[in-house]
Design a protein. Structure first.
Length: 251
């Protein structure tokens, strides 16, 4: 589904990510973890077209997508969420999801302005699809509420639903448990597995909450100062001395 080949990002003399090689198979949930400043979000930004790698290649479903702009990456089937929630504050819950639905509507400026029968039909289908997504995650009753008035945990879910509305094959989640209480974090674990199964997704996950990442990921890559220091199953990662040193330091 996704392969990065020696993916590297330099900012002047600073190497944020060096020779990152990730392979993810269809329907896997894979973790990308590491201390703050390890380069995890930079890796996401390269995969999603925010940054063009200084070196290396990115392949998605066999296609070279290195340097493609974010809208093209999304069109190909990669969606993401952000470490800091980025909902449209002036829109309600349903409108936030409808914005993402426009990618697959197949309409243009003229049909939108003229409100052609085809546009009206597509618009109705998008509305129904958005409501079905909200229903599937328990947010349908809040469809008309302001997005930013939702409790924090539901805002996180809404951001994930908005990403799902682009109908991705690969979903990148950047610290989805950030700011959640213990109960919300436990619910998030079930939610991630639920959307993987329901929407036939492959998921790459950045997360500092170890209970979440260890509970849902089959494999993990560990970064430290932009370098991959470990790769393996949760059990292998927990016992890896380099990982323990990166997180806890040495005596």
């Amino acid at each position: 589904m996704l392969r990065t080949e020696s993916m590297t990002m330099r900012f002047g003399g600073l190497t944020a990510v060096a020779d990152l090689n990730i392979e993810i198979e269809k329907n896997e949930i894979v973790g990308l973890i590491g201390p703050n400043g390890a380069g995890k979000t930079t890796a996401f930004n390269m995969i999603t077209g925010v940054y063009t790698p200084t070196e290396g290649r990115i392949r998605f479903r066999g296609r070279d997508v290195t340097g493609a702009p974010p809208h093209r990456i999304t069109d190909l089937g990669i969606a993401r969420t952000f470490q800091n929630i980025r909902l449209f504050r002036e829109m309600n819950v349903l409108e936030n999801v409808l914005v993402a639905c426009h990618l697959r509507m197949g309409v243009n400026f003229f049909t939108s302005v003229l409100h052609t029968p085809g546009y009206l039909r597509k618009n109705r289908e998008a509305h129904e699809f958005a409501m079905s997504l909200l229903e599937s995650v328990g947010l349908a009753d809040a469809a008309s509420e302001s997005a930013v008035s939702l409790p924090y945990g539901k805002q996180r879910r809404l951001e994930i639903v908005r990403a799902l509305a682009t109908k991705p094959a690969l979903l990148l989640l950047d610290e989805p448990a950030a700011g959640m209480n213990p109960q919300e974090s436990l619910e998030l674990m079930d939610f991630i597995v639920h959307i993987r199964d329901k929407f036939d997704l492959t998921i790459l996950l950045i997360e500092h909450h170890m209970q979440v990442v260890m509970g849902v990921c089959s494999r993990m890559y560990v970064l430290d100062y932009g370098v991959t220091i470990a790769h393996g199953t949760p059990e292998e990662i927990q016992k890896n001395p380099k990982v323990i040193e990166a997180y806890l330091g040495v005596d």
